[in-house]
Design a protein around this ligand. Structure first.
Ligand SMILES: *Cc1c(COP(=O)(O)O)cnc(C)c1O
Length: 445
C-alpha cells in the first residue's frame, strides 16, 4: 500500500472494538459475530464501497439492527390459523410469560418443599388432567410424531400395529405415518381398503401378534363418496376382548369438543368412547408450544413413560412451562382466531380498506396445520394488487398475505387487533413503494 493510499485511514479492528457502543453490543452478540461484522465493514472500505471515515458509523448502524436471533416476526394476514411455515401456533400472553420464567433455573424436576427430585413436568401434567377429566394420566413429549413413535415402540415393537388402509396418511412435507411407525421396529398390519374398512376387517386380523390398534385422524384431507370407517367406540369391545391397547392419534390437540369444529375429534370424547390413550400435538388447535401429548389410562401411559425412548423424546422445560400456561391461562391466539366474530373482522377490514383505498371482499380463512380440512372460516379480506405481496413480505413489520386469483388478500383473522395500526402502516408503505416502482418503470400507479 502506498503511503498516501486512503485505505491506510480505515480504522483498525482494536479501535473499533474499543468503541463504547461496540463494547456494549458484546453483551448481546458473541465476540465472533461482532468481529465478523467489523471485518465485513472494513472490507467494504478496502474495496472502495465506502470511505474510511464511513466505517465507524457503518459498524454502529449494522450493530444496531443485528440481533442474536434472526427470526423475523410476521403479521399473518393469510387467514390460515395454524400456519406450519409460520411456526404453527403463536403463544398466549400467559405462555410467553411462562417461557421467560422457565428460561432461568426452575423447579421443573424438583420438590422445593423437600429439596428432593420430583416428577418432571408435574405441573403441565396436572393442568392437562384438569382440562381433560377422562384422562387418568398424561405424558408430554417433544412433538406429535415423537408421541406416536414412543407409543408404537413401547406397545408394539417386534409385533403388529393394526391400522386401516384409509389412515396410512402423509401428514406434511414428506412425513409419512407408515414409514414413521415402521422405523420403530413395529410391523404395520393394514386392514380394509383405502375407502372402506369394517369392524370385521379388524376382527380378522387381530391376534397374539397384535401390539396395539391404531386409529389415525386423517387431519389434512377428507375422503368423500363411498366410504366407511370404524370409530373408536366400535373398536373398543374388540380391543378389550383381546387385551390390546387402543391408541387414537388425533393430530389436532383439542382437549374437549369445540362447537365451531364439530367434525374435529377431541381427547376427552375419544377417551370416553374407549381409546386407551390419545396422541395429539401441542401446537395445533390447542394453540401451545411444540409438544406431543399422550393422555389416557395410567397403566398404558406408564408403559410409554418407562420405555428408554421416552428419555430421548422428552419435552424441554420451556415447552412444559408454555404448555401448562396455554392450558391454564387466557385464550390462546389460535382459539381467538378460530372464534373471531365475523362482524368485527368486517369492521376491521373495512377500516383498513378505507385507509388505503382498497375494496373489502368476502374471504374464507382456514384452520390449516393439518386440522379440520374443508372447514371454511367465513370472514373478509382487503384486496390489493398482487404486486404488493412481495413488498409486504419484505417490509417491517413483515406481512404475509394470501396470494390468490392474481390478487393480494389481507385477512385480519390472525392479526391481533392491537397490531391493526402497524398493519395499516406496513400496507401504506408497501403501496407507496409500489407506486414509486411503477413510476420509475413507467407503469400505471
Ligand atoms: C400433525 C400430526 C402428527 C404429527 O404431529 P407433530 O406435532 O407435527 O409431530 C401426527 N399425526 C397426526 C394425525 C397429525 O395430524
Amino acid at each position: 500500500m502506498a503511503p498516501d493510499d486512503p485505505r491506510r485511514l480505515i480504522p483498525r479492528t482494536d479501535q473499533l472494538l474499543a468503541l463504547p457502543p461496540v463494547r456494549r453490543a458484546r453483551d448481546r452478540l458473541s465476540e465472533d459475530v461482532v468481529r465478523a461484522l467489523v471485518r465485513e465493514t472494513q472490507d467494504r472500505a478496502r474495496s472502495g464501497e465506502i470511505a474510511p471515515d464511513e466505517v465507524e458509523p457503518a459498524v454502529l448502524a449494522a450493530l444496531e439492527t443485528r440481533s442474536a436471533s434472526s427470526l423475523t416476526p410476521v403479521l399473518n394476514a393469510t387467514g390460515v390459523v395454524v400456519h406450519t411455515n409460520l411456526g404453527r401456533a403463536p403463544l398466549s400472553a400467559a405462555a410467553l410469560d411462562a417461557l421467560v420464567t422457565a428460561g432461568g433455573y426452575v423447579d421443573v424436576e424438583l420438590d422445593l418443599g423437600t429439596g428432593t427430585r420430583s416428577r418432571r413436568g408435574a405441573a403441565a401434567r396436572a393442568a392437562l388432567l384438569a382440562a381433560c377429566p377422562p384422562a387418568q394420566d398424561a405424558l408430554v413429549v417433544n412433538n406429535g410424531a415423537a408421541a406416536l413413535v414412543l407409543a408404537t415402540t413401547a406397545l408394539a415393537a417386534g409385533r403388529e400395529v393394526l391400522i386401516s388402509r384409509g389412515e396410512l396418511v402423509e401428514i406434511g412435507a414428506g412425513f409419512r405415518l407408515p414409514e414413521l411407525i415402521e422405523s420403530t421396529g413395529a410391523r404395520l398390519r393394514e386392514v380394509g381398503t383405502t375407502n372402506r374398512t369394517h369392524l370385521r376387517d379388524y376382527a380378522g386380523a387381530i391376534g397374539p401378534e397384535t401390539g396395539c390398534l391404531l386409529k389415525v385422524h386423517p387431519s389434512n384431507f377428507r375422503l368423500e363418496g363411498f366410504t366407511s370407517g370404524v370409530e373408536v367406540g366400535e373398536l373398543r369391545p374388540l380391543a378389550r376382548a383381546h387385551g390390546v391397547p387402543l391408541v387414537a392419534d388425533l393430530g389436532s390437540g383439542l382437549l374437549t369438543p369445540d362447537p365451531h369444529l364439530p367434525s374435529e375429534p377431541d381427547a376427552a370424547s375419544a377417551l370416553e368412547d374407549g381409546a386407551d390413550i390419545v396422541i395429539a400435538s401441542g401446537d395445533k388447535l390447542l394453540g401451545g408450544p411444540q409438544a406431543g401429548l399422550v393422555l389416557g389410562r395410567s397403566d398404558v401411559v406408564a408403559r410409554l413413560a418407562a420405555h428408554p425412548l421416552a428419555r430421548a423424546v422428552r419435552a424441554d422445560k420451556l415447552a412444559l412451562a408454555a404448555l401448562e400456561a396455554t392450558v391454564t391461562g387466557g385464550p390462546a391466539p389460535v382459539v381467538r382466531a378460530l372464534h373471531a366474530d365475523p362482524d368485527r373482522l368486517r369492521d376491521r377490514a373495512e377500516r383498513l380498506g378505507a385507509a388505503v383505498g382498497a375494496p373489502v371482499v368476502a374471504h374464507d380463512g382456514r384452520v390449516g396445520g393439518g386440522g379440520a380440512p374443508g372447514v371454511p372460516l367465513p370472514g373478509w379480506a382487503v384486496r390489493l394488487p398482487e404486486a404488493v405481496a412481495p413488498l409486504l413480505r419484505s417490509g417491517r413489520p413483515a406481512v404475509l398475505p394470501r396470494v390468490h386469483d392474481r390478487a393480494c388478500l389481507l385477512d385480519l383473522r390472525c392479526v391481533p387487533e392491537t397490531d391493526d395500526e402497524r398493519l395499516h402502516a406496513a400496507v401504506q408503505a408497501a403501496l407507496t413503494a409500489l407506486a414509486a416502482a411503477d413510476g420509475t418503470i413507467g407503469g400505471t400507479p
